[in-house]
Design a protein around this ligand. Structure first.
Ligand code: ADP
Ligand code: MG
Length: 399
């Protein structure tokens, strides 16, 4: 077990390699938390959990870097629940996440892993009425899981008291910065005690995240699992060269394959997502769009339906991109080539989660070739090309 400032990266994040084989009971967690872990059906901790849990329990600041789908939520939720087991109800923990969906998911994790303890947890995010959140906060909770904007609303309404705060978690820090939350984070951190434990989790560590860590963390231990920017290793990926006007036809063709049980399609724009859904429905493939123009209720419903398996094809813009845990996705399709190489890594991180395998396909129009090359440079590997007769570039001229 490493406890030095830098950790040898493991190539394979999941499943645990023999040298990292360990048991949850070796990590220092109390029996109530271990019981909840057993109930969740986890037999062994993931590598990031093995490294992060003892460190978080020790009270040190920590930066946890690991790809999407490697179990980072439990890596901070479990030690926090452990810390909260004793003691009266006051707000001792604040978790900041970039999106509502992610806040809801972390909230769920606290309920799942905390089921043997009596924790008060409030999830606080925009897009829904503020009053019920206000009531929950005013009643007093141990843990607040929040998106930055809505939390600031509550701070301004004086619904929260941070005097007793002990732990701050910045989850998906890279994503929060991408979404422009730096000023809000600053505002929030100014409201909370300086003496605290701060845990930062991120899939990537660009210079902006490093700067954030320098600002808000004290002598953090860095735990890094898996190579930086490496795509989830259980995922098989491929690029389909296809003229833009044939992308929907190719999509319909691929979706006819029987193993496409649960497919997440990414579109660059909201209109693009709606258009893809319409095309699919014309081909009698039921699909649902999820993007920022949909109401929170519609988004939640779409996500639930997708998780339950009631919706087979979900077409989303970037809001579904990072951190969301949608277990059991069999395929991710990038209908448009992601604009940022890091987005590619995050998106295909939707599949290949915790030991499952998945395929990630990217549709590449001629004007997207350069973008794919950039992605390949960043991930340090060539993505295999698959040409489908009748759909690849070669047939454009013949048409
Ligand atoms: P991350 O935040 O790193 O993207 P999550 O915390 O969302 O990943 O976890 C990804 C998935 O792995 C979830 O479905 C979670 O229930 C599952 N998981 C987490 N820890 C374990 C474990 N020790 N064993 C098996 N599955 C796990
Ligand atoms: Mg996460």
């Amino acid at each position: 077990m490493h406890t030095t400032t830098t950790i040898e990266p493991h190539d394979e994040a999941l499943p645990a390699t023999p040298e990292t084989l360990a048991s949850f009971s070796d990590l220092g967690l109390s029996s109530l938390v271990l019981a909840a872990v057993r109930d969740a059906g986890y037999t062994e901790p993931t590598p990031i959990q093995q490294e992060a849990i003892p460190l978080a329990l020790s009270g040190r600041d920590m930066i946890g870097l690991a790809n999407t789908g490697t179990g980072k939520t439990a890596a901070f939720t479990l030690p926090i629940i452990d810390r909260l087991l004793d003691g009266p109800r006051r707000t001792r923990v604040l978790i900041l996440t970039p999106t509502r969906e992610l806040a809801a998911q972390v909230d769920d994790s606290f309920r799942k892993y905390g089921k043997h303890s009596e924790l008060g947890v409030a999830a606080v995010f925009g897009g829904v009425p503020i009053e019920p959140q206000e009531r929950a906060l005013r009643q007093g909770v141990d843990v607040i899981v929040a998106t930055p904007g809505r939390l600031i609303d509550h701070i301004e309404r004086q619904n929260v008291v941070f005097d007793d705060l002990e732990v701050l978690v910045l989850d998906e820090a890279d994503r929060m910065l991408d979404m422009g939350f730096a000023p809000q984070l600053n505002r929030i951190v100014n409201e909370i005690p300086r003496y605290r434990q701060t845990l930062l989790f991120s899939a990537t560590m660009p210079p902006e995240v490093e700067a954030l860590a320098r600002k808000y963390l004290r002598k953090p231990v860095v735990v890094q699992v898996g190579r930086r920017s490496s795509a989830a290793s259980t995922v098989a990926h491929a690029v389909y060269p296809v003229p833009r006007e044939k992308k929907t036809a190719l999509l319909v063709e691929l979706l006819r394959k029987p193993d496409m049980d649960s497919v997440l399609i990414f579109s660059r724009t909201k209109h693009g997502a709606d258009r893809v859904v319409r095309h699919l429905e014309r081909a009698e493939i039921t699909a649902t769009a999820m993007h920022a123009d949909k109401s929170q209720a519609q988004r939640t419903q779409a996500l639930d339906g997708f998780k339950r398996g009631a919706i087979r094809v979900l077409v989303a813009t970037d809001i579904a991109q990072r951190g969301l845990d949608i277990s059991g996705i069999t395929h991710v399709i990038n209908y448009d080539v992601p604009q940022q190489p890091e987005d590619y890594v995050h998106r295909i991180g939707r599949t290949g989660r915790a030991a499952a395998t998945g395929d990630a396909y990217t549709f590449m129009a001629p004007d997207e070739i350069a973008m794919v090359r950039t992605i390949e440079r960043v991930i340090g590997q060539q993505i295999p090309r698959i040409s489908v007769p009748g759909f690849d570039f070669g047939t454009v001229a013949a048409d």
